[in-house]
Design a protein around this ligand. Structure first.
Ligand code: FES
Length: 176
């Protein structure tokens, strides 16, 4: 007669604590650097976004616990400010200024052109993950409006034609 073999079942509890994701580890480290002060939530979110590239949904409860805030409070701040990305950014983040001086020099047409050209409405990332297009409000380059910022490079007097040339340059850089 065959011996019965003891087996574990799916219903047995897994007692190992879940392994934190790199974003959660980063979130806890940033909170700790700010003394876990809830009043520093904005700085913490900016710093975290700088490190991780965006604010993943799953870190919101981690931030809330560390800062002794409710998850709704953290969620409210992240969704209220357009500066915070909730999805990973594209390889190139293109920020287009929509403030007054740039408005008067045609930034709306530029935005529409950029959206069509890259297939990504403002505030989103193109399907191929190459470009994120974001609106910003004054890049300090008003004398040369309309202005855009890509990475840390500022461009002035950007009309649709110049925009296409700049994007073509980015594509060449990526392919090199
Ligand atoms: S208004 Fe666009 S750079 Fe200042």
């Amino acid at each position: 007669m065959a011996k019965k073999v003891a087996r574990t079942t799916d219903s047995e509890p897994n007692l190992a604590p879940p392994v934190p994701t790199p974003a959660e580890v980063a979130a806890l480290a940033v909170c700790a650097r700010h003394g876990n002060k809830p009043s520093e939530l904005m700085e913490i979110l900016h710093e975290l976004q700088h490190q991780v590239g965006y604010i993943p949904e799953h870190v919101l409860p981690v931030l809330a616990r560390a800062l002794n805030l409710s998850r709704a409070e953290v969620h409210g701040v992240v969704t209220f400010y357009h500066d915070f990305r909730r999805e990973p950014p594209g390889r190139h983040v293109i920020k287009i200024c929509r403030a007054e001086a740039c408005q008067s020099m045609g930034t709306e047409q530029l935005c529409q052109h950029a959206e069509r050209k890259l297939g990504a409405p403002l505030g989103t990332t193109s399907k191929d993950g190459a470009y994120s297009v974001e609106a910003v409000y004054c890049l300090g380059n008003c004398a040369l409006s309309p202005a855009i910022l890509i990475g840390d490079k500022l461009y002035g007097k950007v009309d649709p034609k110049r925009f296409d040339d700049i994007v073509a340059g980015l594509n060449k850089e990526t392919a090199a």
